[in-house]
Design a protein around this ligand. Structure first.
Ligand SMILES: [Zn+2]
Length: 316
């Protein structure tokens, strides 16, 4: 069952909507750090033509492609998982107050992410686990907040978990060129402070993060990226990180984002994961899709089709 939940967050900010997926005693909430932003299409997929956009517009959820404006609708989704045993966040958005001068949409933000969590009854010290699928700047921002002594872990009690190969790659670059802004500065302000606070766990790509929560390898978009699978009884939810950026990629699996480190590997990883999970009932939870983000992959004569989970509305 999926509900759309409207949470009042106060401080003069408007109410925000979130998608809530309930599986027995487990609740999964899509919380967007940035929701529904129109992105120039070729700034995401350099190979996309005007004809491609027109063809895609009829095959994706309404409003996610604007062929006339040549824009794609994107969100930046953290997923909150609450089980009787743990509270986890999958990926960590862009964060507030980060210096990202070459990424204007991410620069010195003042977004309501922590207020949204608070509206769900989650204080920062209630979070047990923060998972980084990879270390790009739009996935690690809320790892840290600015305190008196500089950038410090936002979730003081949490284990932060990231793929070791991913950390090692970016760390090598940072060590080689200490003055370089690795990952637009995110490595220094949103990852290294976790190392200093001794709360960052670097793990293998099949690591069991917690009971029922596991990494699966998905390198290509970045050198060590992993996806995350949550198993609840017979149900399975796959947090797909940046294996996909937009719903148009179900029909155009060849399309590689401008930010993929290894285009061929990114394509192969996408093909493999989509084929493995199509027709299985696995619920996908993509990082960059606007609502409705939760959906299943069905297989028919025309190929794979993304079927968003039916939504019902509820007010918090
Ligand atoms: Zn991303």
């Amino acid at each position: 069952m999926i509900e759309t939940l409207h949470v009042e967050i106060g401080h003069g900010r408007p109410a925000c909507s979130m998608d809530v997926l309930t599986l027995g005693q487990v609740r999964i909430v899509r919380i967007a750090d940035i929701d529904r932003i129109e992105w120039p299409a070729t700034a995401l997929f350099g190979a996309l033509t005007a004809d491609d956009l027109r063809a895609a517009a009829g095959a994706v959820p309404a409003g996610t492609v604007d062929a006339d404006a040549a824009t794609l609708l994107l969100s930046f989704n953290t997923y909150l998982i609450q089980t009787p045993d743990f509270t986890a966040l999958i990926d960590a958005g862009i964060g507030n107050g980060k210096e990202r001068p070459d990424r204007p949409a991410w620069h010195r933000r003042d977004g309501p992410f922590l207020d949204l969590l608070d509206g769900l009854g989650i204080r920062p010290d209630a979070v047990d686990i923060v998972v980084n699928t990879h270390l790009h700047a739009d996935h690690v921002g809320w790892n840290t907040v600015l305190g008196d002594a500089g950038w410090q872990p936002t979730f003081a009690r949490a284990r932060y978990v990231a793929p070791r190969a991913e950390f090692d790659h970016w760390n090598r670059l940072q060590q080689a060129e200490p003055s370089t802004l690795v990952l637009h500065g995110a490595f220094a302000d949103s990852v290294l402070p976790l190392r200093e606070a001794d709360c960052l766990e670097l793990v293998d790509p099949t690591f069991e993060i917690a009971p029922g929560l596991r990494f699966e390898p998905a390198a290509g978009h970045s050198p060590g990226m992993c996806v995350v699978r949550l198993t609840v009884g017979a149900a399975s939810v796959l947090f797909t990180a940046d294996v996909l950026h937009h719903p148009l990629q179900f029909a155009r699996r060849d399309l590689v984002s401008n930010f993929c480190a290894d285009a061929q590997m990114a394509r192969a990883t996408r093909d493999r994961l989509l084929e493995e999970n199509a027709g299985t009932g696995t619920i996908l939870a993509p990082y960059h899709f606007p609502s409705p983000a939760f959906g299943r992959l069905e297989r028919d004569a025309a190929g794979l089709r993304f079927v968003p989970q039916p939504m019902s509305s509820a007010a918090a």
